[in-house]
Design a protein around this ligand. Structure first.
Ligand code: ADP
Ligand code: MG
Length: 238
């Protein structure tokens, strides 16, 4: 137990450090990605091209991790609060993820109880939904469905619920879900849910998980309809 606490502390220190270093990695990485693309286009030798395709894939993966770290370091610096149609935003995300749901014949059911317009950073809320739905797809067997519901709780807040019928999460794993690097997947980063939590927190909302191993998982997000005035809002009202 003491060993686990130490491990967790180490992880969060590593997470913070990496977030800082990510910024420094970004520029050289961008030129590596660009030049790899150029070389790939110029080289016709297919035995070399094979390696370049792998290099491009791996560089994309590093890029994804670096972007997630950068966001963890300074989420509210990139925040842009706008008035957004949440129903349309959810539909948009489902449309965007259709190639993946189609691949597993997963049906996404939408239950919209209310029409909701709220102040948020639409791109960040999209990112949250993409990360959670992505996990739901990965946890779900072929031909099962995912339910997404949207409703107003009162004049001040609304709730988005994402329910899957996938493998579920044991109580022990549930506790570690939002930790950086916590993953049970071979190619996972373990950063998706941590990013979700940070985004929801800077929107003054809450995110909760309920799960029944073997039956499925529910993610509940509660968000305010209006955001307290902040420097970010003032910037975008002008
Ligand atoms: P990653 O997807 O890269 O592993 P995440 O932070 O998105 O990282 O998720 C962390 C872990 O939480 C996953 O590896 C998985 O074990 C678990 N998890 C998240 N969502 C679900 C879900 N809907 N069903 C089952 N397990 C889940
Ligand atoms: Mg994930």
């Amino acid at each position: 137990n003491e060993k686990r606490i130490r491990e967790m502390e180490k992880l969060s220190v590593v997470g913070e450090l990496a977030a800082g270093i990510a910024h420094e990695i970004r520029n050289p990485l961008t030129s590596l990605i660009g030049f790899t693309k150029i070389i790939k286009e110029k080289i016709t030798d297919s035995s070399i091209n094979e390696y370049l395709v792998i290099m491009e894939d791996e560089l994309d993966r590093i890029n994804q991790i670096v972007n997630e770290f950068m966001f963890i370091a300074k989420p509210n610096e990139t925040m842009e609060i706008k008035e957004a149609n949440i129903n349309a935003l959810v539909r948009n995300v489902i449309k965007f993820m259709e190639p993946q749901t189609n691949l597993k014949s997963i049906l996404v059911n939408l239950y919209f109880s209310d029409k909701i317009t709220a102040f948020c950073d639409p791109n960040q809320i999209k990112q949250v939904l993409i990360n959670i739905i992505q996990n739901a797809i990965e946890a779900t067997s072929e031909s099962l469905s995912i339910d997404i519901s949207l409703k107003k709780l009162d004049e001040n807040q609304f709730k988005i619920e994402i329910r899957d019928r996938g493998c579920g999460i044991s109580e022990e794993r549930l506790k570690r879900l939002f930790e950086p690097f916590y993953t049970t997947k071979e190619k996972g980063t373990g950063l998706g849910l941590m990013v979700c939590k940070r985004i929801i927190e800077i929107h003054n909302g809450t995110i909760e998980v309920k799960s029944n191993p073997g039956f499925g998982t529910i993610f509940e997000i509660v968000l305010p309809i209006k955001q307290k005035t902040s420097k970010h809002m003032i910037k975008h009202q002008s």
